[in-house]
Design a protein. Structure first.
Length: 302
């Protein structure tokens, strides 16, 4: 398999804006809330230039030995544009999700691509809370008062383990690297209505069962790695940030594919033009390849 540019599925959720059009995303929908850049998920598969899905084209050998250990491809990469606040939500662990939903849970990380003045995220509880407190706060609409609010700026990153109650605030463009799961338990949605005038479904009882009620402490992970900075690592993905000024040689070994996402700037990958917002799939075993230009990239591996 060659290095392939990926063409994403876009989503028009009610909180989305249109900033992703400046990142090369196109859609006839009224907004582009999300673009699913690297996706094997049936709810939004990414495609190649010839129209085939990546899922039907890439073999397990292309995934690499580490990813092939999973029963299905473990990673999903998105861009998110929050013109309005996302719902307060939580994702279950693998253990709960496999037992009760027949699918895997969701651990994720966020890289802040851009942020308006005053934009921020809600992430975890400010202090230990009881299940009763959490339940009451959902009922009376005060759940945000229990959560940490982190003002954000371009270049920051946050790791969100399954069980962490969270919400993206309005005014952010985020690159999200996550488990290959579309499982979300929504607990609070500001009383909003969907296009048909109905409130969006909440999943309060499930959320109460999976939420981590301990005080959350944000501890950004950074580690030098091959001329870049590793900004996130778990069993499902490892994310490394590189600042390219000129040329940068990278390597895709037999252990893992490389997903290369351009979060700013422009250049080329193995001679193919690349711009802000583009994601490329480099198959495992490809070997050495070169990034050229003036750009910031995120490289995701397993």
């Amino acid at each position: 398999m060659n290095i392939e540019k990926l063409f994403p599925e876009t989503k028009d959720f009610i909180w989305g804006g249109n900033k992703l059009r400046a990142y090369g995303k196109t859609s006839d929908k009224s907004c582009i809330a999300e673009s699913w850049e690297l996706s094997f998920h049936p709810a939004g598969p990414s495609r190649l230039a010839d129209g085939r899905t990546l899922a039907e084209t890439a073999t397990k050998a292309d995934w690499g030995k580490n990813a092939a250990k999973f029963p299905f491809f473990p990673v999903l990469i998105k861009f998110i544009d929050s013109a309005d606040n996302l719902s307060v939500q939580v994702h279950p662990s693998d253990g709960y999700a496999l037992k009760n939903e027949g699918q895997f849970g969701k651990t994720e990380m966020w890289y802040i691509v851009e942020a308006e003045e005053g934009a921020g995220i809600y992430l975890g509880f400010r202090r230990d809370v009881t299940a009763e407190e959490f339940g009451r706060s959902i009922e009376d609409g005060s759940v945000l008062s229990l959560l940490n609010f982190f003002p954000v700026k371009k270049g920051e990153h946050y790791f969100i383990a399954s069980g962490t109650v969270h919400a993206i605030g309005k005014g952010c463009v985020i690159a999200e690297i996550q488990q290959n799961s579309n499982l979300t338990y929504r607990v609070y949605d500001y009383g909003r209505k969907d296009a048909s005038g109905k409130g969006r479904e909440l999943h309060v009882e499930k959320a109460k069962k999976v939420a981590d009620l301990k005080r959350f402490v944000n501890e950004p992970f950074e580690e030098a790695a091959d001329g870049g900075v590793c900004i996130g690592r778990c069993e499902y993905f490892t994310v490394t940030k590189y600042a390219v000024a000129g040329k940068k040689a990278l390597f895709a070994g037999e252990d893992s594919f490389n997903a290369v996402t351009f979060v700013s700037g422009s250049g080329a990958i193995a001679g193919a033009a690349a711009n802000k917002g583009d994601t490329f799939f480099v198959p495992a075993g490809y070997g050495k390849y070169e990034i050229a230009g003036d750009a910031e990239i995120l490289v995701t591996r397993v």
